[in-house]
Design a protein around this ligand. Structure first.
Ligand SMILES: C[S@@+](CC[C@H](N)C(=O)[O-])C[C@H]1O[C@@H](n2cnc3c(N)ncnc32)[C@H](O)[C@@H]1O
Length: 450
């Protein structure tokens, strides 16, 4: 097979990258923007010993699962790879991605349940992070997601997966920044002011926190004036913060944030508790699915334990810990982000929760020094999952079950494999649709520590 060759093939399934997978002459072929059961003529764009990449030249017979995407930008914007696929079938694809990871990477014969759908599949995204750039000649600010597999900003004026107010605020920033002498970031030259705009919207109150991520180490008058102008222009904006990130990095937020106007947080209600979410503290982007997951974990604990002692590790604003505190004798929560820990402490006080102990610490360091045993350990690590040392400590401090919450099926499967090799037994995996129309999926695994 050679680059440029055209062949016909049928798509079998979707890979965790979002590309369709087909087979031809013993090679696996990855085809962008394709759907299982599509019959396609494709052009080979890259070849390796075991696999090749291809682009669609012609859809000879479209899959029954294709549908019209509701966003006109779907093909150019890299955010919603699966939006041209029927939503119920998207859920089947995600189940298969989790199953493939658990069975192939994890080597585990464990039940993966059907994916629990998102209660809302439009306007679900309550955290928006747009990279900013500017046009070469007219110096117009561009704000949107990157084109697939690139760092080229697609200027997005309307995005149906986020609340409408986000489009309005971003358009305002796009049009008015220039009046305050604020330029867009040039990634190649590492020049310009505004790198990202981050918005956090409360489902509960409708209020919006605006975070301007700037290529600077300290604030300056033009920026402060612009922040105040944004704050005064929208009744929904409850605060405007500036985050300083002058590093050459793909990480969006720098370590320092200043609140310029209003509050540095939004308030969000989850089940029966009200949380404060700040500029740099983690909270799930889809609050409706998040509530389903928190409810699922709380119900599971209520059904299977009486007055348990619970560890909430990688706790963020201690969301799991505070929500399950009603069903627990005691909760110990551990998180390394200072802002999240401060807000968690304020939430505990404001909700009159008496049985949650909060630590600002690295999880592994905390586990190593922990002498207590826990009936339940909730693990909700970042995408990279846990280290072997952390899993060893988890086995030592758990006397009942681990509830492992993960946004990455591959690292979840790797970590479940490790725990299983040490004698633990995975009961089941329950996926949830947190990131509708993308290939990403959130899962909760219940593990018995024997
Ligand atoms: C996926 S988030 C989960 C947050 C929280 N459980 C929730 O549902 O909102 C992972 C969290 O782990 C924190 N984190 C990452 N590495 C950590 C470490 N080594 N020790 C403690 N916390 C860590 C991050 O700051 C982040 O808040």
């Amino acid at each position: 097979m050679i680059i440029g060759e055209e062949i016909e093939l049928k798509i079998e399934k979707i890979a965790d990258s979002g590309d369709g997978i087909a087979r031809h002459d013993g090679l696996v072929i990855f085809v962008e923007n394709s759907c299982p059961e599509d019959i396609l003529r494709v052009k080979i764009t890259g070849v390796n010993k075991k696999w090749a990449n291809a682009k669609i030249v012609e859809v000879l017979q479209p899959s029954q699962y294709r549908t019209d995407p509701f966003c006109p930008m779907q093909k150019v914007c890299g955010a919603c790879q699966l939006q041209f696929i029927d939503y119920n079938y998207q859920l089947k694809i995600k189940k298969q991605i989790v199953e493939d990871a658990i069975h192939k990477i994890g080597g585990l014969d464990v039940e993966v349940k059907d994916v629990i759908p998102s209660p809302q599949i439009k306007s679900y995204r309550h955290k928006v992070q747009y990279p900013i750039s500017q046009t070469k000649v007219s110096k117009r600010i561009l704000a949107g997601y990157y084109k697939p597999k690139s760092h080229e900003v697609v200027n997005i004026k309307y995005c149906p997966i986020q609340p409408k107010i986000c489009d309005e605020i971003i358009d305002f920033i796009r049009n008015r920044a220039f009046d305050f002498g604020i330029s867009g970031f040039n990634e190649k030259k590492h020049s310009g002011d505004l790198r990202h705009v981050v918005l956090r919207v409360s489902k509960f109150t409708g209020e919006v926190l605006v975070v301007l991520v700037v290529n600077a180490t300290k604030s300056f008058d033009r920026l402060n004036d612009f922040a105040k102008f944004i704050y005064d222009s929208f009744k929904e904006v409850c605060g405007v913060c500036v985050n300083f990130n002058s590093k050459k990095t793909n990480v969006i937020l720098g370590t320092k944030t200043e609140c310029i106007e209003g509050n540095g947080f939004i308030k969000e209600k989850v089940i029966n508790k009200t949380f404060k979410i700040g500029a740099s503290s983690f909270f799930q982007i889809n609050p409706m699915t998040a509530e389903n997951i928190f409810g699922f974990v709380k119900n599971y604990i209520e059904k299977n334990f009486e007055n348990p002692i619970v560890m909430d590790a990688y706790a963020g604003i201690s969301t799991f810990g505070i929500i399950v505190s009603d069903a627990a004798k005691k909760v110990v929560s551990v998180e390394e982000n200072s802002e999240a820990v401060e807000l968690a402490k304020e939430t505990v006080a404001a909700n009159n929760v008496k049985n949650v102990e909060i630590h600002k610490m690295d999880t592994q360091v905390f586990f190593e020094n922990e002498k207590r045993k826990f009936d339940i350990v909730i693990l909700d690590p970042p995408r990279k999952g846990c280290t072997k040392e952390t899993l060893e400590s988890v086995l030592r401090i758990t006397k009942g079950k681990v509830i492992y919450v993960s946004c990455n099926p591959a690292t979840l499967a790797r970590d479940l494999k490790y725990l299983s090799e040490k004698g633990a037994k995975v009961e089941f995996v329950q996926p949830f649709d947190m990131f509708c129309h993308t290939v990403h999926v959130e899962s909760v695994a219940i593990v018995n520590i024997l």
